[in-house]
Design a protein around this ligand. Structure first.
Ligand SMILES: Cc1cc2nc3c(=O)[nH]c(=O)nc-3n(C[C@H](O)[C@H](O)[C@H](O)COP(=O)(O)OP(=O)(O)OC[C@H]3O[C@@H](n4cnc5c(N)ncnc54)[C@H](O)[C@@H]3O)c2cc1C
Length: 230
């Protein structure tokens, strides 16, 4: 990081994006109600939603590099309901009801994201494209069909099997044998989304300090003391 531009080196999503100013590093002691460590999706969204819920909170976001430097600025941009490992493993580990709840949570997360994009007119190239999980070998056909059946047995709707011809009508390749189709999913540019979260958090009064690595977290009398580089 050179301290003047917030572009992430070698990041596909930023190949033709303009750079942005980097927020100054924290240079002295401050006291806040909430200190968020890390300016990725989690930290920026937490700061924004906390500020909306309670505008009086003093919130500082402490980011070691630049906001979006971690996975949030480098992911595939799929907006999907996937969680954990395979659904059969999740069911074995946590039981039917927890899997149902987790899936419902993911569905509502997509709705919340779409609502936020609409409410703030966020330009993040979001499209509700749907999600295809494609079988490229015969063994995958039964695996994917079993997964759809498992979802149905759990009372989870929204997945449909597309055979080779139905799939070819959407996306044609000689190696695509069929697919699970989940229309409720989408795609976005994660860096644009991240930058929107950063703007919203800051516009609502959260303070972002970039180039500010937290090196130690200590608990003292029910409060926390964070030590940063400077
Ligand atoms: C290759 C890849 C592809 C992915 N594809 C998808 C996808 O298509 N769809 C999807 O939903 N999810 C995807 N994910 C997962 C998704 O990107 C992550 O779940 C999400 O970005 C996590 O956000 P976060 O804010 O928790 O973490 P991060 O984005 O990693 O943010 C953590 C931040 O903390 C900072 N930090 C670390 N240590 C310190 C410290 N000591 N002091 C201060 N700051 C610190 C880091 O610099 C970083 O900016 C993908 C992940 C990867 C790696």
């Amino acid at each position: 990081m050179n301290g003047s531009a917030g572009a992430i080196e070698g990041c596909y999503w930023q190949a033709d994006r303009e750079t942005r100013e980097v927020s100054p590093a924290l240079s002295g002691d401050i006291k806040v109600d909430v200190a968020v460590i890390g300016g990725g999706f989690t930290g920026l969204a937490a700061a924004y939603h906390l500020k909306v819920a309670d505008p009086g909170l003093e919130i500082a976001i402490l980011e070691a590099e630049t906001a979006g430097f971690g996975a949030s600025g480098r992911n595939a941009g799929f907006v999907m309901t996937l969680f954990g490992a395979s659904v059969s493993m999740m069911k074995a580990l946590h039981g039917k009801e927890r899997v149902r709840q987790a899936h419902q949570y993911m569905v509502s997360a997509i709705s919340a994201l779409e609502a936020m994009i609409g409410e703030h007119a966020i330009d993040c190239d979001y499209e509700r494209t749907g999600f295809l999980k494609i079988a490229t070998a015969p063994a995958y056909i039964s695996l994917i069909q079993d997964e759809i059946e498992l979802f149905q047995s759990l009372g989870i709707e929204g997945f449909e099997w597309l055979d080779r011809d139905q799939l070819a009508a959407r996306i044609r390749s000689p190696v695509f044998l069929g697919a699970s189709w989940e229309p409720g999913c989408g795609l976005l540019n994660p860096v644009k989304w991240l930058n929107a979260l950063r703007r919203l958090a800051c516009a609502n009064g959260a303070r972002l300090f970039e180039g500010t690595r937290v090196s130690e977290v200590q608990r003292e009398n029910g409060r926390y003391r964070l030590t940063c580089d400077h």
